[in-house]
Ligand binder design. Sequence first.
Ligand SMILES: Cc1cc2nc3c(=O)[nH]c(=O)nc-3n(C[C@H](O)[C@H](O)[C@H](O)COP(=O)(O)OP(=O)(O)OC[C@H]3O[C@@H](n4cnc5c(N)ncnc54)[C@H](O)[C@@H]3O)c2cc1C
Length: 385
Amino acid sequence: MTTQIVVVGSGYAGAGAVKAFEDEVGEGEAELTWISEHDYHLVLHEVHRAIRNPAVEDNKSPESAFVQGRVVDVDVDDRVVETDDGTTVDYDYLLLAVGSTTAFFGIEGLEEHAHQLKGLDDAKAIHEDIRSAAAEATRSDPVEVIVGGAGLSGIQTAGEIAEYRDKHRAPIEITLVEGLDEIFPNNDPQIQGALRQRVEDADIDIRTGDFISEADEDTVYLGGGEDEAPDELGYDVLIWTGGITGQPEIEDVDVEKDERSHRVHAGSDFTTSDDRVFAIGDTALVEQGDDDVAPPTAQAAWQAAEVAGENLARAARGAPLKSWTHEDKGTVISVGEEAVAHDVMGMPIQTFGGTPAKLLKKAIATRWIAKVSSTGRGVSAFGDM
Ligand SMILES: Cc1cc2nc3c(=O)[nH]c(=O)nc-3n(C[C@H](O)[C@H](O)[C@H](O)COP(=O)(O)OP(=O)(O)OC[C@H]3O[C@@H](n4cnc5c(N)ncnc54)[C@H](O)[C@@H]3O)c2cc1C
């Protein structure tokens, strides 16, 4: 019987791996079933764009057999995957590429009151809340928007809201809250400074150095301790982008995982503690030498997918697996229509902004869409980015 491969997830990791598998596999060597909750590939690293304009989305019709559904159970003994409508799919080799979900770190009231941004529906809900609040607001009583967490997603989210505010001349005040001492924490001070400047130029208040300790229906509480009252920030719309954790369905899958985040431990060839299960992208902590793992970025997932897809075909034919090393090709971050690029491979300047950075940001997304769908779709998507 032909070897059955199952890939779960149609993000960067899943879509890229399916494509790489299809390119690698020989005639009759293996069959692939692709399972995902959506029958489209969302360019998640550009999903903040949909806050400003919810029409930005991209559809993908896969070549492999496709099952639409959310995977709710994986039985590694019987090698079967089950979706939320009870469909079961058997596998010989399984690739888990289900991404991550938002970590709320047990902060009281945060999950209940904050929007998260992990998909198109989230972006649409944020857009709708801001739009309806702005319709009621005045210059003297503007909409207060707080974005918690100033990593890649928080900075870009705040930038999109500022762009919406300016385009619609809406009375909106935006505050970007970061618990650590600088925005885009744990990164080079040069890119931190360049981003801070663009965020401030976009008239976004930055508040660093205090963690959100609690949230209720109209107030965010910052810091505070035994003898100290927390600072209070009132809000109308609250968005939390402060961390990621594993998808809940993965928690019970019998492979070794990080205890706290239940992200799956994977080797640099994407194998896990179960020799029939591979894991990749945000789902996994992919080993990269001593005590290091690949970062949870689109860039890393995209690179890893090339090797993971090939490894699925290799596993099917009993060939040795390839090892993957993450190569940091630089960072490009948007703040609305502005962008900052840093350490970009082949560029003589370490940190730059302006038109070159903006074009680079668009080109990265376009190149990706062209890769997983068709070149024509990629080119036509360029204007949407
Ligand atoms: C707002 C925002 C901005 C970002 N900006 C950048 C950036 O500028 N640069 C960068 O490199 N990275 C960026 N990132 C991070 C990047 O988007 C992620 O690291 C990347 O999406 C991870 O890819 P993935 O394929 O592992 O997961 P995802 O892209 O999240 O894909 C997961 C897939 O699995 C599906 N799925 C989930 N659970 C199930 C289930 N139980 N059953 C079936 N299907 C399931 C989902 O529908 C989805 O198709 C950003 C992220 C966000 C949220």
